[in-house]
Design a protein around this ligand. Sequence first.
Ligand code: PMP
Length: 428
Amino acid sequence: PRPALPSSVHAPLPVLGREVLVPLVTGGEVGYAALDYAASAPALQRVWDDVAAYAPYYGSVHRGAGYLSQLSTDLFEQSRATVAEFLGCRPGDQVVFTRSTTDSLNLLAAAVPAGTSVFVFETEHHASLLPWREADVTYLGAPRTPAEAVATLDRALAARAADGPALVCVTGASNVTGELWPVRELAAAAHAHGARIVLDAAQLAPHHPVDIAELDVDWVAFSGHKLYAPFGSGVLAGRADWLRAAEPYLAGGGASRRVARSADGGVDVDWHTTAARHEAGSPNVIGAYAIASACRALTEAGFDLLVEREQALVARVRAGLAEVPEVRVLSLFGDDAPRVGVVSFVVEGWNSSHFAAALSAEYGIGVRDGLFCAHPLLRTLLGAADQEPGECGAPEAAPGELPDPSAGGAPTLNAIRVSFGAGTPDEH
Ligand code: PMP
């Protein structure tokens, strides 16, 4: 028998001009817990404050001697330095501002030298899995322990026939299971075979210190909107040589140092060799400033404290879920694997999307449902290799009515994800 969901009181409330069905908790207060930090974490108040203080003064970066342009150029370059420090960059590393992790990894994929062999686990987020399709890619099967991941990579690299450049792309913390991957060991295996490694730190950087030199990875990619900054900015940081030798990611102003008509009727372009090479167009200075502000806030709060608080929350969520026999928590590496504040599960007999819709409508808990942009991984975790993705997203309901959480309860290829972070002690 399914647990009965209590019917609480609901009111359609106007939120930003739209009517949203919001549960009212006792006393008539509106309570809503947004537990989808793995998709986008709420920006810290301190980040909003920093951005608001700068907003009256922003101007275009690298665009002349005007006071506001100079100030913005200064803040943009200072933000780059703050990110470099946050990531423990080595001398000579470049920090390129991008739009997101997806953008960063696509940039690197466009910059790999011709003939590069790429190695990627099939369990990756699509942002890490898909950008390499033009290269010679080896997709590695799902490992069931961190040690197996290292052994699998080691074997694949040892068996590599080509002796050109090689690149490994791996995520630091899974956006589905929250599990930590053995980044240091994978980097050592890659380097032992002369390969390079890029770390997808989209889910790792908000939860753990990421030190590029200490992990000994060649590049790191992450997104501002998962690191308590708002949308629109990301980072690719790491070795300069491939980036410097590559064609600019986007062709345009800012990336070019000198442009002239050539004798053959075309144009001759002399591209920058700094990070600006891959930042053509007017840079997103507010996005970069916001990321730098979030990096400072996390550093000042101290990752020791943040990890301790978050691990207490992880333990509480997992203990609660363990009490419900119908719940199956998804895990690749097993129950004891270290993980960040990301927990995915399915509830036997329930359609995950409907369940998530009911959590929102009945309990005011916002979670993610679906396949989390990691379809091959979900197939493995759910033991449904041949199944097509099930229905994702909230079920249809008439305006002002609640969806029926048990409608269409047939098992489908989707799951529920709860994710959170400690943020800074003052704010969370
Ligand atoms: N990698 C991982 C592990 C992620 O969780 C995400 C976002 N869900 C991405 C990459 C892509 O990040 P973005 O959407 O900001 O490009």
